[in-house]
Design a protein around this ligand. Structure first.
Ligand SMILES: [Zn+2]
Length: 202
C-alpha cells in the first residue's frame, strides 16, 4: 500500500494487526461468559481487547533499569530523602488478569547520585504494566532502584485495590492492600524508617 497521510485507511492500517488465534480466544471467552460474539456490539471487541492487552502489558517491552541509567552527580550538597508520593498506577493481577489500581510512594536516600524524578515513576510503570502480584511489584521497584542507583536506602509503599476482590469472590469494594519494601538504612535503622514512613504518610 502506498502511504497516503490523508487517507482514512492509513489510520486503520497503523493499528497493530491481531492474529486470528488471539481474536478467536477472546470470542471463545465472550461465549463462555454467556454472550454472543456475533452480535453487532461485540463484532470488533476481540480485536479491541487484544490491542488493549498489548497496552496493559507494554511493560514487557520496557527495561526498568534503562530509566535509571541517566544519573546526576551534582546534588548541591543535598543529602536528605527524595520522595515521590502518590504516583498513580494500574496493573493486572496474574491470577485473574483483573485490574489492580492504586498509588505508590517511592523514597530513597541518595548515595553519590540522583535521577530525574519522573524516572522513578517510569520504573514503577515498567513493572506495573505486566501481569503482577502486588508484593512482587513492590519488591521489584525497590530492588531495581537499590541495584542501579546505589542509594543509602530505598522505601517503596504500594496501596491498591484489586479487581479480583472488589468485583468477584469476596466482593469487598473498599479494601486497600498495602505492601512495603525497605532496603538499606530504611531497613536497618528504626529511626530512618520511622522518618521516611512519616514523610510518606503526611
Ligand atoms: Zn487476582
Amino acid at each position: 500500500m502506498i502511504y497516503d497521510p490523508d487517507a482514512e485507511t492509513v489510520r486503520e492500517s497503523v493499528k497493530e494487526s491481531v492474529p486470528a488465534e488471539v481474536a478467536d480466544a477472546i470470542r471463545t471467552l465472550i461465549k463462555w461468559s454467556g454472550d454472543d460474539p456475533r452480535r453487532e456490539g461485540l463484532m470488533e471487541t476481540p480485536e479491541r481487547v487484544a490491542r488493549a492487552w498489548r497496552e496493559y502489558c507494554r511493560g514487557y517491552g520496557d527495561d526498568p533499569a534503562y530509566h535509571l541509567s541517566r544519573i546526576f552527580h551534582e546534588v548541591g550538597g543535598y543529602d536528605d530523602v527524595v520522595l515521590l508520593k502518590d504516583i498513580p498506577f494500574q496493573s493486572h493481577c496474574e491470577h485473574h488478569m483483573a485490574p489492580i489500581v492504586g498509588h505508590a510512594h517511592i523514597a530513597y536516600l541518595p548515595g553519590d547520585y540522583v535521577v530525574g524524578i519522573s524516572k522513578l515513576a517510569r520504573v514503577l510503570h515498567a513493572f506495573a504494566h505486566r501481569l503482577q502480584v502486588q508484593e512482587r511489584l513492590t519488591s521489584q521497584v525497590a530492588n531495581c532502584i537499590w541495584e542501579h542507583l546505589k542509594p543509602q536506602g530505598v522505601a517503596v509503599v504500594v496501596e491498591a485495590t484489586h479487581g479480583c476482590m472488589t468485583g468477584r469472590g469476596v466482593r469487598t469494594p473498599d479494601v486497600i492492600m498495602k505492601t512495603s519494601r525497605m532496603l538499606g538504612v530504611f531497613r536497618d535503622d528504626v529511626k530512618s524508617r520511622e522518618e521516611v514512613l512519616k514523610l510518606i504518610e503526611s
